[in-house]
Design a protein around this ligand. Structure first.
Ligand code: ADP
Ligand code: ASP
Ligand code: MG
Length: 405
């Protein structure tokens, strides 16, 4: 008998028929004698719809109320999934994140899991139930409902698998596994049998939304091996695990495109110690994730001043500009410019640690494709460039063709 955690994403529970199909798959494992914990997302489109309704009420809705609202999406699915199993005479019980014992910090809309006390999950499993847990949500020690960031049901599943010491963690989605690029854009992308945590993490944090990046971080930290596979067939998926020497032979494992980035430029920022801290500390205290940063030391402005550009998630742009506008006098910059028409292209592979020339090859491909590079950043296993968004998909295909095909 194995303890299995299965997570079903939005498309996999998009309709009552899809939920019935999920129930059949769950029943298959349960009837083999396995204990099954199912983590579900909101039905496809529901979270977006709730967000747009909130925006109709208030352009900047209070984050506490937003979490209260968004948590209802997953709550609908858990109850429907339990009902579908009951109709098949399978005992099942649904639990909200709070009932499943998921305690988080108080950062609404991006809460971090502090700990999980899954007594109720264990008790229900021991009574023979399939346990269905609402993804993407938790509660603070004070009892406030929180959500874990977009795509956060992945994190619920990985964290649950870790807390329950599950034998297997399966992430069911609408593609057969992790590909060398988004298969919806790059049609000849290759499905991988295995990928390392580090590569999956870099791809996920660079726009490959097949896994939420924080969930991969969690899996790496706690050693949770998981499989990404399709809920629409029975093909083997992609195993995500610690890297093996074999994996290092591949220089570039995958390419990704992040369209959820925006560029902020502060013009004529005074060039003296402490200025960067006075800009980035308040942003980080408000949970705005800053990604690439470029500072030009410019003498053209006469007094020592510089232009500073950085990227934030599009969804954080309004918050970031509001914070920076309030700090303008303190920081002393002249002007703030924002650009939402950019995206970030990344090439990723652990093999880059021991191979050189990847950056040069990427720049050459982009130049041959007529793509202008606005910003560059590199890490040990990733090279990212910011480019105009209209050229994003062309650039992605060209990079994929050069490195992977
Ligand atoms: P779910 O609702 O199951 O969580 P998501 O929509 O969040 O599913 O993620 C699955 C989608 O991720 C796929 O439909 C695919 O278009 C996209 N995707 C982006 N990059 C990749 C990649 N490298 N491999 C597989 N899928 C990817
Ligand atoms: N429903 C949430 C979202 O759409 C969480 C998830 O699907 O994982 O982001
Ligand atoms: Mg997802």
């Amino acid at each position: 008998m194995a303890l299995i955690v299965q997570k079903y994403g939005g498309t996999s529970v998009a309709s009552t028929d899809r939920i019935k199909a999920v129930a059949e798959r769950v029943a298959h494992y349960r009837n083999k004698g396995d204990q099954v914990v199912v983590v579900v997302s909101a039905m496809s489109g529901v979270t977006d719809k709730l967000i747009s309704m909130a925006k109709e009420m208030n352009a900047m809705p209070a984050e506490r109320e937003m979490d209260m609202l968004l948590a209802t999406g997953e709550q609908t699915t858990i109850a429907l999934a339990a009902m579908a199993l009951h109709a098949m005479d399978i005992p099942a019980a649904s639990l909200t994140g709070a009932q499943a014992g998921i305690t988080t910090d108080g950062v609404h809309s991006k809460a971090k899991i502090k700990n999980i006390t899954p007594e109720q999950v264990h008790a229900l499993l021991d009574q023979g139930n399939v346990v269905i847990v609402a993804g993407f949500q938790g509660r603070t020690t004070e009892g406030q409902i929180t959500t874990l960031g977009r795509g956060g049901s992945d994190l619920t599943a990985i964290a649950m698998a870790s807390a329950l010491k599950a034998d297997l963690c399966q992430i069911y989605t609408d593609v057969d596994g992790v590909y060398s690029a988004d298969p919806r854009i790059v049609h000849n992308a290759k499905k991988m049998d295995r990928i390392s945590y580090d590569e999956m993490l870099e791809l996920a944090s660079s726009g490959a939304k097949v896994m939420q990046s924080r969930s991969v971080e969690f899996a790496k930290k706690f050693g949770v091996v998981f499989e990404v596979r399709s809920s629409l067939n029975h093909h083997p998926g992609t195993i995500v695990q610690e890297s093996t020497p074999n994996m290092e032979n591949v220089v570039v494992r995958g390419v990704s495109l992040d369209k959820n980035q925006a560029k902020v430029t502060l013009e004529k920022v005074p060039d003296h110690p402490g200025v960067a801290a006075s800009i980035f500390k308040p942003l980080s205290e408000s949970a705005v994730n800053v990604d690439m940063i470029v500072q030009n030391v410019s003498h053209a402005h006469g007094e020592r001043a510089t232009d500073l550009s950085f990227t934030v998630e599009k969804t954080d742009l309004a918050k970031a500009t509001k914070i920076l506008a309030e700090l303008r006098k303190n920081i002393g910059y002249q002007e703030i410019n924002t650009n939402e028409n950019i995206c970030k292209l990344s090439v990723v592979g652990v093999g880059m640690r021991s191979h050189s020339g990847v950056a040069a090859q990427l720049f050459e491909v982009l130049s041959e494709t007529g793509v202008n590079i606005l910003m560059i950043s590199t890490s040990e296993i990733k090279i990212s460039v910011v480019i105009e968004c209209v050229q994003g998909e062309v650039a992605l295909k060209a990079a994929h063709a050069s490195f992977v095909s």
